[in-house]
Design a protein around this ligand. Structure first.
Ligand SMILES: [Zn+2]
Length: 293
């Protein structure tokens, strides 16, 4: 499942290739699970809009969209003040990759993969495709001009920017193991099994430790370790375990830097003790019995 660094990598790659482009027409499949907004409404609403920017919010990829072409043109003609207004997002297209979702920028003649649920034709001649074999991904359209749609806000705090105090507060009074707390998306957005295990290793904390028993110093080590690990992983294009690829279909390289995740019985990179694996919160959990206390 893609975690924060993989989603960030995809969002940056897509942004680089489609920012400023215009959606000419959109085609959506008929598998109902994939669509939080009915596919016919998404197709109709996306056509004609300019992609102002693409970015990550939590584990979601958010497309900030301009007004439909005719309206934007009319506003631009009204003069500078209104033209500036037209650059503020008018709508959002929100993509959640789920477990196996891929967002790819291709040429129209590239073979269409099985399980392609959405295709957006762009003015540049490129095509944006959403492919998702297991269909846990979600596509949603929000019209920010309508009264009932609001701009997307991710559940949970952003681990790259959260401060020491707010971080410690998230874990106050929680009796669950720290590993389970890290996985809770309502607390921190985008941390999954890989980066939970890796950050606990770098912070020197055992995954089973009760959250409310961690000292302020330990929580701060964890916050800094998590930020460092996520930043390093983004720099290396994420971790390609199973089938993750970025917007250009390229694999990431952070899996080569893993210290504990899926290294059961291999020697710890610091102390050579075999890495141990336990089940915790229903997930395989990896740690060094010497380096983590
Ligand atoms: Zn060790």
């Amino acid at each position: 499942m893609p975690e924060l660094p993989e989603v960030e990598t995809v969002a940056r790659g897509v942004n680089r290739r489609v920012r400023g482009d215009r959606i000419v027409r959109a085609w959506f499949g008929k598998r109902p699970q994939t669509f939080k907004t009915p596919p016919s409404r998404q197709a109709r609403s996306l056509a004609g809009r300019t992609i102002l920017a693409v970015h990550r919010t939590g584990k979601h990829i958010v497309f900030e969209l301009g007004a439909e072409a005719s309206a934007a043109g009319a506003m631009a003609r009204q003069g500078d003040a209104n033209a500036n207004q037209a650059a503020a997002p008018d709508a959002q297209w929100i993509v959640h990759l789920g477990m196996t979702g891929r967002l790819l920028v291709t040429t129209p003649d590239a073979p269409v993969a099985p399980h392609t649920h959405a295709r957006l034709d762009l003015e540049s001649g490129n095509e944006l495709r959403f492919v998702d074999p297991r269909r846990f991904g979600r596509l949603e359209f929000r019209n920010l001009r309508s009264r009932k749609d609001k701009a997307f806000v991710a559940p949970g705090a952003e681990p790259l920017t959260i401060g020491a105090e707010a971080f410690a507060e998230l874990f106050l009074d929680r009796h669950m193991p720290i590993k389970a707390a890290l996985l809770k998306q309502s607390l921190l957005a985008g941390v999954g099994n890989i980066y939970a295990d890796e950050s606990l290793f770098h912070a020197g904390i055992r995954p089973r430790r009760r959250t409310n028993r961690l000292s302020a110093a330990e929580l701060e080590r964890l916050r800094l370790a998590l930020r460092q690990i996520l930043t390093d992983a983004i720099r290396l294009g994420g971790s390609s375990v199973s089938d993750y690829v970025d917007a250009e279909g390229q694999r990431g390289f952070f899996q080569l830097e893993h210290c504990v995740y899926q290294r059961t019985d291999e020697p710890c990179r610091r102390c050579q003790t075999p890495i141990r694996r336990i089940e915790l919160a229903g997930r395989g959990t990896h740690f060094c019995p010497i380096c983590q206390r």
